[in-house]
Write a protein that binds this ligand. Structure first.
Ligand SMILES: *[C@@H]1O[C@H](CO)[C@@H](O)[C@H](O)[C@H]1NC(C)=O
Length: 362
């Protein structure tokens, strides 16, 4: 190689490198181009939304912990929590029945990873199956070996490990409950070691009052909220009937029509203020993974605004989405920052609630 050509390459190579990757090695910021997860800074990962700006960008992968950023001294219903729809229906979950599964998925991370990234609400479908309680994706209340994901105990043990390792965090389980076995749920929660975290139904506000303070729930170690879709279990097992305490909009496609926020059949109208918690679902009836990054961005934030009006000027406490990490940048995490900002200080971003904040979001 001639000297001049060599020099040319020496000059050109770093230039080309710089143009291709202005950042690398964990220093790329939100929306920077990236080539691998390792390039993106903390709380980000490298992702390409096929319907967004072209190419791979660093997008958010974790929430802002509002308790750490602000404080946990307000009632539980003054905070918002990221919730995963069908948290157990995870890509790549191996078959536990020996039969190949033929059903859809809604998430990509393990329950443990979801919790680590700041998910605090988990929607689980519980069924009697094979003599145990299973998490299953099915129809007409019947779980089959080709629709079963895993025994519930496996996911519940992951939740137990998280609550034990994170003594200031609160997790809510919202069960679409098909378990008919008497005390079937109580048995599996006990076996998973979760009863020590149980938030008792007797402490849940009736008639629209405020919830206990988060700091008080933490001090009493009552950090697991469980809601069932079966009314009678509140009496028989002490498991809260969801719609005694929460209003909820329509799930699936019916909940995605811009400009309207109808309630799901089992729930009171959204503006019924005798229920102190508000749950907003925003996902398709049939998940479309590749387009979810778009759904979790603009569409989600617009629907939260619509449902705020529908709920009598109340912001959502729970926001349930599919493939929660998919976005064009901020996605569900940014939506949560907005909700917590609104709830905690009336600003558009929870970061603006910090004393002395210079954020423009307020
Ligand atoms: C906690 O944060 C809220 C919202 O910013 C504020 O109103 C409240 O005074 C704070 N409480 C304490 C004890 O700092």
């Amino acid at each position: 190689m001639g000297f001049r050509l060599f020099m040319l390459l020496v000059v050109m190579f770093p230039l080309c490198f710089c143009v291709d990757a202005a950042c690398s090695n964990r220093n790329c910021k939100l929306n920077d181009k990236c080539s691998s997860n390792g390039a993106c800074g903390a709380g980000l990962y490298c992702f390409s939304c096929p319907f967004g700006s072209l190419g791979s960008r660093c997008v958010r992968s974790s929430i802002t912990d509002q308790f750490k950023l602000i404080n946990n001294s307000l009632p539980f219903n003054k905070y918002a929590f990221l919730t995963t729809h069908n948290s157990f229906a995870i890509d790549g979950e191996p078959s536990h029945t020996g039969v190949r599964r033929v059903t859809i998925t809604n998430q990509e991370d393990s329950v443990t990873q979801q919790l680590k990234n700041g998910v605090r609400g988990l929607m689980l479908d519980t069924y009697d199956f094979d003599g145990e309680v299973w998490l299953c994706h099915s129809f007409q209340g019947q779980c089959y070996d080709f629709t079963a994901f895993e025994p519930a105990i496996d996911a519940l043990k992951e939740i137990e490990a998280f609550l034990s390792a994170n003594p200031a965090e609160i997790v809510t389980l919202i069960l679409e409950d098909y378990v008919k076995t008497p005390k079937g749920l109580t048995k599996v929660f006990t076996e998973a070691g979760l009863m020590k975290f149980w938030f008792p139904v007797t402490r849940m506000p009736k008639g629209g009052g405020d919830w206990p303070l988060v700091s008080d729930m933490v001090a009493k170690n009552q950090r697991l909220l469980v809601f069932t879709s079966v009314r009678s279990k509140e009496q028989s097992e002490g498991i809260a009937y969801q719609w005694n305490y929460m209003v909820e909009n329509q799930y699936g496609d019916g909940g995605r029509r811009a400009g309207s926020c109808p309630h799901r059949a089992e729930s009171s109208p959204l503006d019924d203020k005798s229920k102190s918690l508000v749950l907003v679902n925003y996902f398709r009836s049939a998940p479309l993974k590749s387009i979810t990054c778009k759904d979790n961005s603009e569409g989600l934030i617009n629907m939260l605004q619509t449902c705020h009006g529908g709920a009598g000027n109340r912001w959502a406490n729970y926001v349930a989405v599919d493939y929660y990490k998919r976005s064009e940048g901020g996605g569900s995490f940014k939506a949560l920052d907005t909700l917590n900002g609104k709830l905690l200080c009336g600003c558009n971003d929870v970061h603006a609630c910090v004393a002395g904040s210079t954020s423009q979001a307020c």
